[in-house]
Design a protein around this ligand. Structure first.
Ligand SMILES: [Zn+2]
Length: 253
């Protein structure tokens, strides 16, 4: 697991599997944990990383309701989870789904957990909207299309944009169940001005990238989606796994 400081108030942590991003952010004293690492040892050490950096985590946030972004309760069992209204609705409509997906992953990789994943009803956040702490404010922007739900978080004082499963340097746009190409393209349109302003962008998978690179990926992703079904894969993302994802995307057109 890799932790890098992008700003004194923003620490992205990249996990070993799926290169999933978890971001610790500290607006005025209190801190939040956005999304989560995946492996038990990573989840176990996360509170120490936060404490060492002087981040007192009081709440969890999820960019969307896919299981691999929801595991931070293992690290901070008492912290409440906040999510977009759309993600909260998904968690209610798909009870036990995250736990089931987690169990499938753990069974496949022979991973054992200290206990089952507890996900009490999340606090519903208005998106678009803001999380205000003191005079600091995190902007919430709708980010659906990959799935039916989601939000991107713009941290203006640090010029960092946390996007969830968009703009990944390792993964092509993935249209999952409930997602759609048109919603995905609309999200890219909404993100574009923020990406142009961002010093750093933290995608859900692949580690932090600078704003210039993120903008290039945004354009590649838009070109890919607009050219479906006969779209060539972005040059740097043509692995066997990406071809498989492309095949899945075609089924959802
Ligand atoms: Zn994901």
């Amino acid at each position: 697991m890799r932790a890098v400081g992008l700003h004194e108030d923003v620490i992205p942590v990249t996990t070993r599997v799926f290169a999933t991003a978890c971001v610790l952010v500290r607006p005025e004293g209190e801190a939040f944990c956005i999304d989560s690492p995946v492996f038990p040892d990573e989840l176990e050490i996360l509170p120490a990383i936060a404490t060492q950096a002087g981040f007192e985590v009081v709440g969890l946030l999820a960019t969307h309701a896919d299981w691999d972004h929801l595991l931070a309760r293992y690290s901070f069992p008492d912290a409440p989870l906040g999510a977009a209204e759309s993600s909260a609705a998904r968690l209610v409509n798909e009870p036990g789904r995250a736990q089931l997906k987690l169990r499938e992953f753990d069974d496949e990789l022979y991973v054992t957990r200290p206990g089952p994943l507890s996900l009490p009803g999340p606090q519903r956040l208005d998106v678009p909207g803001f999380i205000d702490v003191g005079s600091a404010s995190i902007e919430l922007h709708p980010a659906d299309g990959h799935t039916v739900d989601g939000m991107a978080l713009w941290i203006p004082w640090a010029s960092v944009l946390v996007v969830g499963d968009y703009l990944s340097p390792v993964e092509i746009p993935m249209i999952s169940e409930g997602g759609s190409v048109s919603a995905y393209l609309a999200t890219l349109r909404r993100l574009e001005p923020l990406v142009s302003e961002a010093e750093w962008v933290v995608p859900g998978h692949g580690g932090p990238i600078d704003g210039t690179r993120a903008l290039a990926i945004l354009r590649e992703d838009r070109a890919y989606l607009e050219a479906l079904p006969d779209a060539p894969l972005p040059l740097a993302r043509r692995t066997k796994e990406q071809r498989r994802i492309h095949g899945e995307n075609l089924k959802r057109l």
